[in-house]
Design a protein around this ligand. Structure first.
Ligand SMILES: Cc1cc2nc3c(=O)[nH]c(=O)nc-3n(C[C@H](O)[C@H](O)[C@H](O)COP(=O)(O)OP(=O)(O)OC[C@H]3O[C@@H](n4cnc5c(N)ncnc54)[C@H](O)[C@@H]3O)c2cc1C
Length: 402
């Protein structure tokens, strides 16, 4: 099933395609297509191109620099972007903090922070998880104590965050901190914006299974944060944290990404052979491909249903959990199948990343140099943004009513 567009939406889709054809740097698209890690420069270059066109923040209202799209236009854009192998926008500023500030921030915070997200002046990261507080996020211990001195009212922050994605590039971090240790777990939490160049902030890398440097530990030792960096009310941060997570989950589903990856799987299964015939013709392998294709078609339909509900004024709720679970499973299965197709070659991903085995000399659509690294990297999809087990708990409570 394909997306069905009204004439104006169809015209918009063509406009998006034209933009991608003209502006997306081929070197970046190639990295996305084969699963190579993007550099900070790549991300910033792509953000700047989107910002120049006014398309960087699809969900923001026009008065804050958004393009004035409805949910359907945003979905069309995202779909075309993924099929063209353009990078996902780094979500932390544009898709996570932005909507929170727009809904809960003061006018001064909106005026100060929102334009800097668009211009790329600030690179944000997300300080939610801690050792001992992942699924049970409300167990966070990072402490913020309010005080006053000659320089004004402020918080002093001590504690540790972990799994901080791309924190090595960031100059700002939005954090959940405990401001009232005596209150019930969810009630004593606040949402703070912290400058990572403040004395007492230390970023340490965590190396991942795929060899990439994507996540970090962030330590806070007596870090002074001005009071105007508190978002919303003190001790009410849990409300803002949950609002942000619904946006995070929907973006993890990545329907367009799965479609692009599925095309790649089909091409690879057509090239690689087993017992002298293409894997695509092996009945067992073909059945697995067919199964994932059916799941993907169903997922597209569910996603359209959610988009239609949102277009009618609904907010993403438990449906974002459903889409997160199914979307992440589909992407993981596609990558598992490509890895299965590679057979023994799949073991050599570090060498392969240097251009060795698995390299399609034609540089064509069946290039598998990063297939195994991508397979490992995609394990994260069912963990972050709230693990899939946690999403199932949400679904069972809010949809099934258990
Ligand atoms: C690559 C990557 C990037 C990340 N980036 C960020 C980031 O930028 N910022 C940030 O703040 N966090 C980030 N995270 C952290 C992520 O949100 C947490 O890893 C996630 O919430 C799970 O928490 P945990 O790792 O502490 O696992 P745990 O909560 O310890 O869970 C361990 C296992 O137990 C299961 N489990 C736990 N509780 C239950 C339950 N009640 N019912 C059923 N099963 C349960 C989980 O599903 C999981 O399988 C990232 C994680 C990864 C892997």
């Amino acid at each position: 099933m394909d997306l069905v567009f009204s004439p104006s939406q169809e015209a918009f889709r063509l406009e998006v395609r034209r933009f991608l054809e003209q502006k997306l740097p081929p070197s970046i698209a190639e990295k996305v297509r084969i699963g190579e890690e993007l550099s900070k420069d790549d991300h910033e270059r792509w953000h700047a191109l989107l910002d120049e066109r006014g398309w960087l923040a699809p969900h923001w209202p026009v008065e804050h620099g958004g393009p004035g799209w409805g949910v359907v236009e945003a979905a069309i854009f995202d779909h075309e972007r993924a099929l063209a192998h353009a990078p996902m926008t780094v979500a932390f500023g544009v898709s996570m903090l932005g909507p929170v500030l727009i809904k809960y921030g003061t006018d001064a915070q909106k005026r100060h922070w929102l334009p800097r997200i668009l211009s790329g002046e600030d690179w944000w990261c997300q300080g939610y998880s801690e050792p001992g507080a992942g699924s049970d996020l409300a167990a966070i211990k990072t402490r913020a104590v309010r005080g006053v001195d000659a320089a004004g009212e402020h918080y002093v922050v001590n504690g540790q965050k972990t799994w901080t994605t791309l924190g090595q590039h960031a100059n700002m971090i939005f954090c959940l901190v405990r401001t009232d240790p005596s209150a019930k777990k969810q009630r004593g939490i606040s949402f703070l914006l912290i400058d990572m160049n403040t004395p007492g902030v230390e970023v340490r890398p965590i190396r991942l299974l795929d060899g990439s440097y994507e996540v970090n530990e962030v330590f806070f030792t007596d870090v002074r944060v001005p009071i105007e960096n508190l978002v919303g009310e003190e001790n009410e941060g849990w409300t803002y944290a949950k609002y942000l997570l619904t946006y995070e989950r929907t973006s993890i589903a990545g329907v367009g990404e799965s479609m692009a990856a599925f095309d790649w799987l089909r091409a690879v299964a057509g090239r690689l052979t087993e017992n002298d015939r293409p894997l695509a013709q092996d009945p067992l392998f073909a059945a697995r491909i067919a199964r994932v294709e059916i799941e993907l078609e169903n997922m597209k339909t569910t996603n359209l249903r959610v988009i239609a509900a949102a277009a009618a004024g609904g907010a993403p709720g438990a449906e974002s959990s459903m889409i997160k679970v199914r979307g992440s499973e589909i992407r993981q299965e596609i990558n598992a199948l490509v890895r299965r197709a590679l057979g023994p070659q799949a073991q050599v991903f570090f060498e392969a990343a240097d251009g060795g085995d698995g390299h399609d000399p034609a540089g064509g659509p069946t290039d598998t140099r990063f297939a195994t690294a991508t397979y490992f990297n995609m394990r994260k999809l069912s963990i972050f943004g709230g693990s899939n087990e946690i999403q199932r708990n949400i679904i069972s409570k809010t949809i099934v009513g258990l």
